[in-house]
Design a protein around this ligand. Sequence first.
Ligand code: SAM
Length: 284
Amino acid sequence: MNYDSPAEIKKVLDDIHVTLKKKWGQNFLVNPGAREKIIEFIKPGKGDVIWEIGPGLGAMTEPLLKTGATIIAFEIDWGMIRYLNRVFSSYPAFSIVQGDVVKTWKTAYKDCGKPDKVMGNLPYASASAIITSFVIDGFVPDAFIFTVQRELALRMAALPGTKSYSSFSILFQSAFTIKERQDIKPGSFYPKPEVVSSIISAVPSLHVPDTSIRDFFFHIVRTGFLSRRKTLLNNLLSDKDLKTYPPRMLENAIGQAGFHRNTRAEELKGEDFIRLAKLLQKLK
Ligand code: SAM
């Protein structure tokens, strides 16, 4: 099919009786230049195993399969799954995992192993939940190429003390470092969304917390950001899971980690939180 043509996409959707669902962020990439840019970021090679999250009608799947890559696609919409299975049936290197990727990827990982690359034009509403589910389970492929809302891309790369910096920034940066970013206009999609998007490519980060500390580190980060108006100490003090620490001990740990008792979470880097989590773990 002609993936550049909204009219053709509309016709295919009618033919396969699929109505678009907003909650699944079904905006198709109709700009061939943006698709080429994604391929440029992915640099697919023959034999690469690539996971594609949300293939839709296959606008990215087709050029990827043509490079000789093996594609494992994760799609939630049954109408689209049926369509994809039909149009790509001649490619033995194509398979689909059906359902919500947040629930299905772990089984796919167990069955098929770690992919070389993970890519996707992610649904806006669940992009951060999908990425978070990878990071909290320690799934860090060597290359990660996603199209997301620009606001989320800015959070992924944000530095301490800036407006976009959040617990998601620390979580993302504890696993990945953004390498490249290219913004794409709303008109690159059909239907046209209200927001600007960004294509990002990311590689594994150098500041990864070790597995013994990972869950606790994520907990401390999330708790630290609970209320932006509060200090890090006050946010930690208000958390029921940290009640086992006497207030004085939490305050001392913050001091030992090198911060002031009035320090706020948004002033700290991921490494600072790793240091604090290690100290608290030792005191347990
Ligand atoms: N890749 C196509 C393109 O670029 O034209 C479609 C991208 S569209 C933004 C997002 C796709 O993700 C849709 O096909 C949607 O059905 C699928 N999707 C949404 N939520 C999903 C989820 N939780 N798990 C798997 N696929 C999902």
